[in-house]
Each structure stands twice: as C-alpha cells, then as structure tokens.
Design a protein around this ligand. Structure first.
Ligand code: UT7
Length: 320
C-alpha cells in the first residue's frame, strides 16, 4: 500500500513586525481588545514588492533542506493561496521557476482561502496514492496585508503575511490516515474580498469583508464536526491524538475546538500570537515551529483543521 508522508517542513515570516501597539496608532483599537478577542499580539508584513511567491520560496527552501531532497526531485507543486502574485500564471509556476526546477513536473494553485492548506494536503495525498506524483511540495503562502482596509478595525487587526511549506513523499509507512473536506457556498458573503490585486495594482474593491460573529459561530460547530469525522474514519479517539495543529485565526475558536475534542491545550500548537491569521499559511507555519522545537516526533498522530471563506473547511489526520 502506498501512503504519503511529510518528510520536511519550512516556514518564513517577513521581517517587518506590526504590533498591536502600532495598530493603536492607526485605528481605534487596543492591545487589550485584540489579545482578549483573538489572541493576536503581532503580525508580519511583506515589504514593498515582496510577493507571495517570494515568501513561498523562502519556506520551500527550508522544507527542501529539512527533507534532504534536491529541488528537482519535486514532481508536483501545489500552492494554496488567496493572494496570488498575478491572475496568471499560477504562483506555483512562478515558485517552480524561482526554485530552478526544470523537470517538467506539474504545478498549480489551489484557492480555498484559510481552508487551503488542508485542501492542498488532501490533493497531494491523492496524487501520491494514485501513483501520479512521488515528491510533492505543498505550500500555504499569503500576502494578506494588501487586502486589508487599514481603516476597518474589525479586520485589519486580524491578518498577517507569511508562508509555510511541507515536502510530501510516497512511503510504505503510514502518513496521511484520513481526510475530510467540506464547503457550503451559501455563506459566500460572510467572508469575502470582491476585487483583487494584480502585480500590486488594486482592481475593484480588494478589501476583506467579514461578518466576524457569524464566521465565529459557524467555525466552532463545523470544525468540531469535521475533526470527529476524520477520527471516525481513522478509527481513532481523542486520546490517540498527540497534537492538534489548527488554523490560527482566533484563540477562542482553537480553545473551543480543543475542548469539544476533550484535548488539553498542552496538546495544541498555537503560534497565532506572533503572526495573526495568515490564511492558508497558518497551519504549515505552526507545524514547522512545532517540528523544529522537537515537539512533534516520529510516530505521533497529528490532527490538522481549518475553515475559511466560502465557507470551505476540512481536517486531515496523519501519522508523523
Ligand atoms: O480565517 C478565517 C476564519 N475567520 C475567523 O475565524 C474569524 C472569526 N471571528 C472572530 O475571530 C471574531 O468574531 C472577531 C475577533 C473578528 C471579533 O470578535 P467578537 O468577539 O465577535 O467581537 P464583535 O465583532 O462582536 O465586536 C464586539 C465589539 C463591537 O463594538 P460594540 O458594537 O459592542 O460597541 C465592535 O465594534 O468590538 C468592537 N470592535 C473593536 N473594538 C476594538 C471590533 N473590532 C475592534 C477592534 N478594536 N479592532
């Protein structure tokens, strides 16, 4: 039986840090409000001209090094992003070029907003198990700051820029054990950006609009249901889970999901306070931190979950 396994992780945050105290000077907000309502203390902001593919490149180079492979071994690149460099070509193709990969492997972007990374891991797993790819670079990368209305305190304090990457490879040993994805387009208006940005140029209204409370309520219910679904599929109980690596959007959503799972917060990887909501990049950013700190170890069971605009949501259960 062929499995897909993560064999290396990497992440990257831009140098510029914007703290809650910096935001107090821009909009009518406070560090106390942001921390108590979301858990966020600071976020990183891409430099002028620094594109999603640049962030993706830095995270990918670290993942490639950690996996001990050559870039040219990668025969599929999937970039989960909602802030691509251009309308086309895909950020994945731009990343392939920046990595110097000329082996003719496939590359494409996947758009499921904050749900993007679990969607991308599921896709990579299916390509590998079908025998259509052997070594896949899966990236979540975002420059969310260019989609923020810096006069809207309800959204501009929440998001940040960053990238995370993993290398997935075909393996005889169990890796991805179960995955479940969902979407419900009836809720498309609750979290959206109507226009877009191309090469840094604003087209239409590019700013994120969010009905925060409605998203919050939906997220708590949907995430606890989907983690139950993957555990059922894998024949596992919450006591079998070593680490929950959730989408890093709001500490209260993360705590509610852990509580419904019956999981101690000691078994949850939380990096949100340092980078805010980085959309599709948040899970691989958190994963990389936990791996490099030695918290995630071989043989452990890791549960990933995320929800984003659409709504799109899902969970992946994997053996490290
Ligand atoms: O990644 C995709 C998924 N996205 C999410 O998971 C986000 C889900 N939603 C949330 O995380 C939370 O709903 C927020 C953090 C966005 C907001 O927290 P909340 O507890 O739902 O606050 P709220 O929207 O109900 O606002 C409470 C009050 C309001 O004032 P009034 O009407 O009570 O006077 C807001 O105007 O807080 C006010 N407010 C702020 N005050 C200070 C909203 N934003 C701010 C702010 N600073 N930045």
């Amino acid at each position: 039986m062929i499995y897909s396994k993560i064999i290396g992780t990497g992440s990257y945050l831009p140098d510029k840090v914007l703290t809650n105290f910096d935001l107090e000077k821009i909009v009518d907000t406070s560090d106390e409000w942001i921390v108590s309502r979301s858990g966020i203390r600071e976020r990183h902001i891409a430099a002028e001209g620094q594109m999603t593919s640049d962030l993706a490149l830095q995270a990918s180079l670290k993942a490639i090094e950690a996996a001990g492979i050559a870039a040219d071994d990668i025969d599929l690149i999937i970039v989960a992003t909602t802030s691509p460099d251009k309308i086309f070509p895909s950020t994945a193709c731009l990343l392939q070029d920046k990595l110097g990969i000329t082996n003719g492997g496939a590359a494409f972007d996947l758009q499921a907003v904050c749900g993007g990374f679990v969607y991308a891991i599921n896709s990579a797993d299916l390509y590998i198990r079908a025998g259509q790819a052997k070594t896949v670079l899966v990236v979540g990368a975002e420059v969310m700051s260019r989609m923020l209305d810096w006069t809207d305190r309800a959204t501009c304090v929440l998001f940040g820029d960053g990238a995370g990457a993993v290398i997935m490879q075909a393996s005889d040993a169990p890796g991805v054990l179960a995955a479940k994805l969902h979407s419900d387009g009836r809720h498309h208006a609750l979290l959206r950006a109507d226009g877009n940005i191309c090469n840094g140029e604003v087209q239409g209204d590019p700013f994120i609009k969010m009905e925060g409370q409605a998203v919050f309520k939906f997220a708590v219910t949907a995430l606890s249901r989907v983690v139950d679904e993957v555990m059922l599929e894998a024949g596992m109980k919450s006591e079998d889970i070593d680490w929950l690596v959730p989408h890093q959007a709001n500490i209260r959503i993360i705590e509610a999901t852990a509580k419904k799972l019956g999981l101690s917060m000691d078994n949850v990887v939380v990096t949100l306070s340092h980078h805010g909501n980085t959309s599709s990049a948040s899970i691989p950013l958190a994963l990389d931190v936990a791996v490099r700190e030695g918290r995630i170890k071989a043989g452990q069971n890791i549960l990933l979950e995320a929800i984003g605009g659409g709504f799109t949501w899902g969970a992946v259960l994997l053996r490290w």
